[in-house]
Design a protein around this ligand. Structure first.
Ligand SMILES: [Zn+2]
Length: 383
């Protein structure tokens, strides 16, 4: 399994200045190469290198950096072409597409730049990197990451890493090839119900609420409303920064929730049953004020974090159809809309079973996981 690990660099002010100058030089050179690719029409790496290599080197980039810059530009045009072909920028003649095709691709000053092992080396004991810069080799640049990330890096990092500057922070994105861990046959399943007030509720009754996250979202929504009135450049920049910060906070919350759920499943020898999120937008019908707090991408992100953390530990994951899980009694199986008198309460009209609504749903998800696993593995055995 391929996993991209992100670590944050903690450069000294002098180191940060050198990194900034380097990334700027690389992206200036990339913009030069991009303009050349655009005017000449030569967008393949080899042809582009013939046109631009000398000039890119003359801008103070080393041989490796120059090659990476040119490849990055060629790759960007390949991606653009693929996006256009896939219709991601609208159909032929659409404004978005026309705009993308009418001018060279532009790289911002802090845009990602790949570094290979000759330009970047990692010290996993000292938690530092040594990195090529336009001003020479920079040694002992400190980096920080979670224990899991640092372990994956030390054991499985392979190939190039991307240096990025975002909102004044420095990051390295490194690709790790995580070996497959054989899946342990689950004795039972933990069901996970995804929601708004509680981001994730398990069939064990553990509720992972997004209180902090929802508070941040509400604050940002208010701020957005005020700033959107004055659509100045600085207001836009501030909004963008806030949005990124919110996304980072959401990702961090999702990481923590996923880790807790996977650890619990591993500890108890169980698998994890997740809702198939295909129709979450349709399924979760919400009153207006809640709609803004619902970001389906955030649910998908939590799901994907659970899937990859589970894969690393050999914990089985199954996706189930969540239809009626919120209206079905997890004790007797009775399905009735009236079983759910309120947002948080479940009370069976047939057998009288009462439980928190999310916990009841999670229990249904868990039992569907058991059935689903048995069915899919019966098929395996027959094959
Ligand atoms: Zn019942």
């Amino acid at each position: 399994m391929k996993l991209v690990v992100q670590v944050r660099l903690r450069p000294t002010p002098e180191q940060a200045a050198a990194l900034e100058a380097t990334l700027r030089a690389c992206n200036d050179a990339a913009n030069f190469a991009s303009a050349t690719a655009f005017t000449t029409g030569d967008r393949r790496e080899y042809a582009l290198r013939k046109h631009t290599y000398r000039e890119v080197r003359a801008r103070g980039l080393g041989a490796q950096a120059a090659q990476h810059v040119i490849k990055k530009v060629a790759d960007a045009y390949t991606t653009l072409k693929a996006n256009i072909r896939a219709g991601n920028l609208g159909s032929e003649g659409s404004r978005r597409r026309a705009r993308a095709e009418s001018k060279p691709i532009v790289f911002r000053a802090g845009a990602a730049q790949p570094f290979d092992d000759r330009c970047l080396s990692w010290d996993h004991t000292a938690h530092t990197v040594s990195i090529w810069t336009a001003a020479g080799r920079l040694r002992n640049v400190a980096f920080v990451g979670s224990a899991d990330q640092l372990k994956a890096l030390a054991l499985y990092r392979k190939g190039e890493s991307d240096l990025v500057c975002r909102d004044g922070m420095w990051f390295l994105y490194a690709t790790c090839e995580i070996p497959d861990v054989p899946v342990t046959e689950p004795g039972a399943f933990i069901g996970v119900d995804l929601g708004i007030a509680n981001i994730a509720t398990t069939s064990d009754g553990a509720r992972h609420c997004g209180k902090g996250l929802n508070a941040v979202r509400h604050r940002n929504r208010e701020l957005r409303r005020r700033l959107q009135v004055k659509a100045t450049r600085s207001a836009k920049r501030l909004l963008k920064k806030r949005r990124r910060k919110e996304a980072r906070f959401a990702a961090d919350t999702n990481h923590r929730i996923a880790k807790r759920i996977v650890t619990e499943a591993e500890r108890t020898g169980r698998g994890i049953a997740l809702e198939d999120l295909g129709g979450i937008r349709d399924r979760v019908r919400l009153r207006k004020p809640q709609r803004v707090t619902l970001h389906s991408w955030s649910f998908h992100q939590l799901g994907s974090f659970i899937v990859y953390k589970a894969a690393q530990r050999g914990v089985a994951v199954i996706h189930i159809d969540p239809a009626y899980t919120s209206q079905t009694c997890s004790a007797c199986g009775h399905v009735d809309k009236a079983n759910r008198p309120g947002q948080a309460t479940f009370s069976c009209t047939s057998c009288g079973f009462a439980e928190h609504a999310d916990v009841n749903a999670a229990r249904n998800i868990a039992s569907r996981g058991v059935t689903g696993w048995a069915v899919s593995h019966a098929a395996d055995d027959a094959a």
